[in-house]
Ligand binder design. Sequence first.
Ligand code: ZN
Ligand code: ZN
Length: 239
Amino acid sequence: MGVFGDFIRWLPTYFFPKICYGCGREGWFVCSDCLPKVAKTLNELICPNCQKPSPLGLTHPECQKKNGLDGLISFSRYAGWAKEIVKDAKFGLNPHWRAMKELAEEMAGELANRKSLIVNRKPPTIIIPIPLHWWRKMKRGFNQAEIIAKPIAKYLNLPLKTDLVERSTYSLPQTLVRDASRRANVRRAFSVNKNIKELPDSAILIDDVWTTGATMKECCRTLKLAGIKRVWGITLLRA
Ligand SMILES: [Zn+2]
Ligand SMILES: [Zn+2]
């Protein structure tokens, strides 16, 4: 995102006060009454393949698939105020965009405090936001996964890479596709930038919401086929 984009988004912070996404009260994006109404999932992590509980979010050994995710961490449920924040943020307007950024910063802070989470967080691990197709990114003006990835990279002290993987096909938004067809919708949607010669051993993919996981799994498959050995996923919310 350019300096101009940052400026445009910074301006209206003066004109739009924070309003609680749960009850509409002024002063916070989420007030202390509404905060506990959406369950945190950081303490009830699941295996990305069978979606059943798994300590630390590790993929169960028996669930591990070839070129599949090694683990998954999600911060909160995709419900109530959290769902509203992420849905509104896609339109890129203040204050919604700012609310998602704050939520992402909170998640990043908690991840940094819990050293046990994310098994492969030592460098040369890189942070990769799931890319949008360039046309969609241009229309929207930003990639929401990138906004979430920035504080995570900062707090975990890992490099953020936005040019390593590209979205090569323009697929339908997953929200418009039935669950059963989501895998096919993103099949071969990603490619690794051939100009990048040295790949790290492990990567952490970032996205806003985990629903069926089809997008993240496909992106993970692309990275593993390119030679990255371990891939984790982190999403702000989980359906
Ligand atoms: Zn409230
Ligand atoms: Zn499993």
